[in-house]
Ligand binder design. Sequence first.
Ligand SMILES: Cc1cc2nc3c(=O)[nH]c(=O)nc-3n(C[C@H](O)[C@H](O)[C@H](O)COP(=O)(O)OP(=O)(O)OC[C@H]3O[C@@H](n4cnc5c(N)ncnc54)[C@H](O)[C@@H]3O)c2cc1C
Length: 434
Amino acid sequence: MEHIVIIGNGISGVTAARHIRKLSDKKITIISAESDYFFSRTALMYVYMGHMTFEHTKPYEDWFWKKNRIALKKGFVKTIETDTKTLHFAEGDTLKYDKLIIATGSKPNTFGWKGQDLKGVQGLYTKQDLENLEIYAPNNEVCKRAVIVGGGLIGIELAEMLHTRNIPVTFLVRESSFWNGVLPEGESAMINRHIKNHHIDLRLSSNLKEIISDETGKVKSIIIEETGEEIICDFVGLTAGVTPNIDFLKHSNIELGKGVKVNRFLETNVPDVYAIGDCAEQHEAIGNRRTIEAVWYTGRMMGEVVAQTICGNKMAYNPGHWFNSAKFFNIEYQTYGWVNGFKKKPDYESHFHWKHDDDTKCITIAFDKNTTVFLGINTLGIRMRHEVFDRWLTEKQHVDYVINHLAEANFDPEFYKHYEQDIQRTYNNQFQSI
Ligand SMILES: Cc1cc2nc3c(=O)[nH]c(=O)nc-3n(C[C@H](O)[C@H](O)[C@H](O)COP(=O)(O)OP(=O)(O)OC[C@H]3O[C@@H](n4cnc5c(N)ncnc54)[C@H](O)[C@@H]3O)c2cc1C
């Protein structure tokens, strides 16, 4: 019987396994060095915040795997010999495969900062990171101040987590405004204010220079590059983005870029070896999408697609229109299509921006200023319906149509009834010439 081996028990590896099982009787093994069972990485923050236990982050009961004949192996794959189709484990044993799926996810970026390996310095990615957070930042007695380095989605999650335990936080953000590589100016500025309203010591245009040790090898303070200021702290969170977790493949025959290089069928250059999820890098970008996408739903989609191919129904990965969501403290963020941030905005892209007086809700709609075709929408603090925007993007609707039909997108109906006229009036004022 053909043996499918999957390295990584995250959303992409587990989805692939489940779908291969649905479609076939093949022998399946999932390997992970991190945890015995699949858990939801996106829920880690809620465990620290006391909303759920780690047990609750497991989407399947422990018996599920045996019942579905999916073998689970704990171990760290050190090298892959593709000629003999053999995996070598750090623990010394080996495993043969017929087809291999690499689904090894990401790891937090570090930039060779002095002190980055000290005790109390870590990323927020793994189950072990969560456990270490409980050691070094359980409360504000043990951790009198935390410093977070890197203003992205994980950085702001970590700030919220520490804030719920009343731990003072200094947040170093390299950019001049929070996440302004992605968010347009008005949204980014709103989130700056929201972060500060939560008493987070937000330092914009600030880089980490080094982390200083105490006499026991634990972090004592950090130095800011631009000002030389020393900030005394007990914990440093490194959240300056993630990169594919593929160091163990360096000496294999598998082609690597930043991630494992794959074609649209998620095939690598080596026959019978596939890569999916955060660690996969498309040879060529699909539309405007990035070649590596470290988000949950794309990992799940790739898992489903690769299962089809492996079970004889060769299928290309076709993710459709981009969408994403996140949370910045109390403000929910949703995005559909493309709304480019200040730095990346192409010449043809124009933005309509509306902000509620309470400074926690806003809408930005991007459109092509030559053709007026709708390109994408961001909302902060307002919920949208995925299928409506997905349809409007496919139909290439014009921005006027979108503005006039926003109610269909099921913004909170009461809210929308109240502000519909104001949004339309603002739009007409901003774009009278269109
Ligand atoms: C704190 C946090 C919050 C997030 N929130 C969101 C969110 O709100 N929305 C969203 O879309 N995305 C979010 N993400 C990103 C999302 O979690 C990832 O995109 C997704 O988990 C990637 O899944 P994956 O299956 O590709 O890899 P992973 O989940 O990283 O799983 C890979 C597994 O492979 C194992 N592994 C790696 N190398 C080896 C090896 N050599 N041997 C054995 N095992 C190995 C790893 O230990 C790991 O268990 C968040 C991420 C983090 C860290």
